[in-house]
Design a protein around this ligand. Structure first.
Ligand code: PRX
Length: 654
């Protein structure tokens, strides 16, 4: 609620400049017309947008929701998405245009034209086929941010294999769980990757994971760092050896629109990550539409998104969306402060980037690092800025506007989720008057509302649950291997007029002007530096340690990361509450999940506050983690003395 109060105090409005409007794809009038068209006939509207793709058999049907919540879009259409991303550009002036401009963290660089990217994708796809990998197989990709990551993703799509990219920061345990859940038979990886000058041992992590994954028959390894690795004979191949043998021709396998393009694992409210399944035609239509209008994308743009391809933002807005439109994509391997804190600005300056898309947590870090870094680079090529991942506080929005956009660039604050596939709520840069901190209005064709738990609609300015009331093309289709979890997680909570609607897990309100303000998650999912982390995942890692009896994890507001992870831990008898134990437990979480889930603080306590029915009262823990004491209603607490003990709980943080 605190964030809501603070954003409310920001009343300034930012209309796009006349200059921007005059050159943009859509002005306010155009947007009004598009909204009207979409609301008059949503099916027809999306069918029309599906023409942004190249189809081998164009669809004639839009949405089929007869099996709701299991829906389909364009189900009689057939396509291979790589033809939209690559082949069709080859017969145009884009043939020798840069598709990918890549910079490695150490300063090396590669530029791949559309022609070259197509050839590399075909060679990799042919190599996969030669190994016996085929349409419908699942392929895990665990790579640093190098061109081969994009090539690998597209090579899978070329042959109709479903890719599952695992972020390079995950541990071998996390890889093992995801490979097993997806039933993957091949893993594409690299020897290692660079992160702030250090080498991340990717192949080693894969080797550890595969000790428990006998179903994986092939591992393909890109040489990135040249470090020593072990190669398992018969199973492991070097990427270069495989693709060298291929000639660069590989037919694009046409798949039905509903064919699963990829599985992407994300955190939920239980300890087990969910495999979010995305379709091909519906997903790509949504992504193509949003890339075009939200980023106002033109042929002459050079587009830089700082996300990792291991997350949904990278899938939709580094790989598929921009390539569908034949854009030039800038991709950077490393950390924003490696080797210096102006690295992003240097990249923008060097390549003449026009569109820049990043996360609020990064913007807050830039603010902290000081204005001198952006000031020492030329940012005059920029014309549009975007943010994603968490609510942006107005101070960060204004800093971004002033110090990066120089007051000239509209900012698109894009709200969406792994599950939505593409952007759902966002300004359209030539059409929307923005308010710092608000992601403004749902896009045409997207039906988003705020409701009470009983499904009744919230009034203006009244906070409630954010729901999507009509299926959209980029909607996840299921949870891999667990359709019931899909139904229960997303459609089990809220009904409107007796009909289940998609619940986002977020709380939000529309203000008096119909602008949306997202308050953050209302479930037990944290948003730490733009990454979703389920409290249950961290808890299950903690209780997996032999010293731990019980653990409860909550979020505490954090200036830089949005939320910090605070773990309340009760130890088994005989173990002491020392800083050493706290560090041991933190490392244990890193080992189990990855560094992104490392608790910021561990508080030892003799007992956790519970209701009479034994449920941990997280709300109290959140209050204690944030303010030092519990201030809310404690009437359902079973043992009042616990509170006293908790407030004085032993923290490892000063
Ligand atoms: O809480 C919302 C927040 O991030 C969640 C989705 O996380 P994930 O699936 O990891 O996808 C992140 C990238 C799309 C949402 O439920 N979120 C994302 N974008 C915004 C946001 N909160 C406020 N404003 C945003 N622009």
């Amino acid at each position: 609620m605190k964030t809501i109060d603070s954003v409310q105090s920001e009343k300034r409005l930012f209309p796009p400049s006349e200059r921007f409007v005059s050159q943009s794809l859509l002005d306010a009038e155009g947007l009004r017309a598009l909204r009207e068209e979409a609301s008059a006939d949503p099916d027809g509207f999306w069918l029309k947008q599906s023409q942004l793709l190249h189809w081998q058999t164009p669809p004639t049907e839009g949405l089929d929701q007869s099996q709701h919540p299991f829906v389909t879009w364009f189900k009689d259409g057939e396509l291979n998405l790589t033809e939209s991303c690559l082949d069709r550009h080859l017969s145009t002036a884009r043939r020798n245009k840069a598709a990918l401009i890549w910079e490695g963290e150490p300063g090396d660089q590669r530029v791949l034209t559309y022609f070259e990217l197509h050839r590399e994708v075909c060679r990799a796809a042919a190599a996969l086929l030669r190994l016996g990998i085929k349409t419908g197989d699942r392929v895990v990709i665990y790579m640093p941010m190098i061109p081969e990551l994009v090539i690998a993703v597209l090579a899978c799509a070329r042959i109709g294999a479903t890719h599952s990219v695992i972020f390079g920061g995950f541990s071998s345990e996390a890889i093992r769980d995801r490979i097993s859940d997806a039933g993957a038979t091949a893993v594409l990886t690299a020897d290692g990757g660079y992160r702030r000058g250090k080498v991340v041992p990717l192949k080693h992590n894969v080797d550890e994971a595969l000790k428990h994954c006998p179903e994986v028959r092939h591992v393909i390894v890109v040489s990135r760092t040249g470090q020593d690795i072990s190669m398992h004979p018969g199973r492991d191949h070097f990427w270069a050896d495989l693709v060298r043998a291929e000639h660069g021709l590989c037919d694009a396998v046409a798949v039905p629109s509903e064919h699963p393009l990829f599985i992407l694992y994300t955190s939920g409210t239980t300890g087990k990550p969910k495999g979010v399944v995305h379709s091909t035609g519906g997903y790509a239509t949504h992504v193509a539409f949003t890339t075009k209008y939200v980023f106002d994308l033109r042929d002459e743009d050079t587009y830089f998104c700082t996300a990792d391809v291991g997350w949904i933002t990278g899938h939709s807005y580094i790989v598929y969306g921009p390539l569908i439109h034949g854009a030039t994509v800038v991709m950077y391997e490393g950390a924003p402060d490696a080797p210096h804190k102006g690295r992003f600005w240097e990249i923008i300056d060097k390549w003449g980037v026009t569109i820049f898309y990043t996360a609020p947590t990064a913007i807050r870090a830039f603010m902290r690092w000081g204005d001198s870094h952006p000031r020492s680079h030329r940012l005059s090529s920029l014309r549009l800025l975007g943010t994603v991942g968490e609510p942006i506080n107005p101070a960060a929005w204004l800093w971004y506007h002033e110090h990066i956009g120089h007051g000239r660039c509209p900012i698109v604050d894009t709200w969406w989720q792994t599950e939505t596939g593409g952007i759902m709520v966002s300004p359209l840069p030539g059409a929307t008057v923005t308010k710092p901190g608000s992601c403004t209005q749902p896009l045409p064709g997207i039906a988003v509302e705020t409701v009470h738990k009983d499904g009744s609609r919230c009034g203006r300015s009244e906070g409630g649950y954010l729901v999507v009331t009509r299926p959209w093309p980029g909607q996840l289709r299921t949870v891999w291997g667990d359709p019931e979890r899909y139904r229960k997680t997303y459609f089990g909570d809220i009904q409107i007029d007796g009909r289940p609607v998609y619940f986002t897990g977020d709380g939000a309100r529309f203000d008096e002007d119909g602008y949306l303000w997202v308050m953050g998650r209302v479930d037990d999912v944290l948003n730490v530096a733009g990454h979703r982390i389920g409290t249950a995942e961290v808890e299950s890692a903690l209780v997996g340690h032999p010293h731990v009896a019980e653990a409860a994890v909550v979020g505490r507001p954090d200036d830089l990361k949005g939320q910090a992870i605070v773990a309340f831990v009760t130890l088994r008898s005989g173990h002491s509450q020392t800083p050493e134990t706290a560090s041991l437990l933190k490392e244990h979480v890193v080992h189990d999940i990855g560094a992104i889930a490392r608790p910021d603080e561990i508080r030892f306590t003799e007992a956790l506050p519970k209701t009479r029915s034994g449920k941990i009262m997280r709300r109290l823990l959140r209050e204690i983690a944030t303010t030092g004491k519990a201030v809310g209603d404690v009437t359902t607490l079973e043992d009042m003395a616990v509170l006293q003990r908790l407030s004085s709980a032993n923290s490892d943080e000063e």
